[in-house]
Write a protein that binds this ligand. Structure first.
Ligand code: ATP
Ligand code: MG
Length: 304
């Protein structure tokens, strides 16, 4: 893949690139084996990536239209990352060509009192994409086994009965509940793609510094992020456990190298394309009696 002018998206090559980052079973998963700055041989240069991504988003737009037209399946994209991992800009770039009517983006913040009055999956189930829709979770139910696990001392303030907190299998059980919930969604027609934007600790520091040094980026700086940065190893351990426990063939994780934003975007676009292509959707067939109606309508219009 080279030559800035004639760069053409090679679907097969991109599928191979994607396979490097797919985790479809957790048995021997090692998060540390995934480099945050990985770049496979033969990948285009940053300057060519824009054209390539544009072709990817065009393909995505076609597939999204088919999904919408069929209104049977839906696609849920779970997007997780450490702070400054690039979630927001990835969504903006990857979904840029898609009809906004067919997409919902749902950000998950720390739960408020109304949400805490229910089990942790309650707020999630309500916003799962409807048939025909692509739903993007900007953070997700995984926060309940990530930030919640890193700060497990805060669990008593979530309203859970004290008798249910702690215990040897507490987190294991939560992960089981997530896996069961996702299996339920799949059986109801929601395909799931889970993305971990795997940014390195050094790159995170650079991005925080940019937010502090460039006035147009300062609004993004959140002093609380520095406290979480100090807990980096605990977050990595929580991600390791979460991905290992919930990666399946039908709801895989992609551990996407995220030190280069342009490359991360390409990979995320391909992951979504792959999930939709896998459905092998065709334009919905027109029922026989409907075909006669259409012919009549055409005739009428022509005479108009
Ligand atoms: P950005 O900072 O790029 O705008 P963000 O996703 O970090 O995006 P914030 O409002 O900064 O948005 O952060 C949301 C916060 O809510 C995160 O710190 C996240 O860990 C926290 N959060 C989300 N879900 C939960 C949860 N279930 N329990 C506790 N904290 C949660
Ligand atoms: Mg934040």
């Amino acid at each position: 893949m080279s030559g800035e002018d004639e760069i053409v998206r090679d679907a097969k090559a991109m599928r191979e690139v994607l396979a490097r980052y797919r985790v479809a079973s957790g048995g021997d998963f090692e998060l540390d084996a995934y480099a945050t700055d990985d770049l496979p041989d033969g990948m285009p240069h940053k300057t060519e990536a824009k054209a390539l991504l544009a072709q990817g988003t065009a393909r995505l737009a076609e597939l999204q239209e088919l999904l919408y037209a069929n209104r049977t399946w839906s696609l849920l994209v779970v997007l997780q990352a450490m702070d400054a991992g690039g979630k927001d800009s990835t969504i903006a770039h990857v979904m840029s060509g898609v009809n906004p009517q067919g997409v919902s983006v749902v950000p998950f913040k720390a739960p408020g009192p109304h949400e805490l009055a229910h089990g942790f999956l309650w707020r999630v189930g309500r916003v799962v994409p409807a048939r025909g829709m692509i739903g993007i979770f900007n953070r997700s139910h995984y926060e309940d086994v990530l930030v919640a696990r890193v700060h497990e001392d805060r669990l008593p303030s979530t309203g859970l009965p004290p008798e249910l907190i702690g215990g040897k299998h507490f987190w294991e059980h939560r992960l089981e509940d997530i896996a069961a919930f996702e299996r339920y969604l799949e059986r109801q027609g929601t395909r799931i793609v889970k993305i971990f934007l795997n940014v390195g600790r050094d790159e995170q520091k650079e991005r925080f510094l940019k937010r502090l040094e460039e006035p147009e980026k300062t609004w993004k700086f959140d002093a609380a992020d520095l406290a979480e940065r100090k807990l980096w190893p605990a977050y990595r351990a929580a991600y390791q456990a979460a991905i290992a426990a919930t990666a399946t063939k039908s709801a895989p994780w992609y551990v996407v190298p995220a030190d280069r934003k342009w490359f991360a975007r390409l990979v995320v676009a391909e992951a979504i394309i792959a999930a939709l292509e896998d459905l092998e959707l065709k334009p919905p067939a027109v029922p026989k009696d409907h075909a006669a109606q259409l012919a009549k309508a055409r005739e009428q219009l022509l005479k108009d």
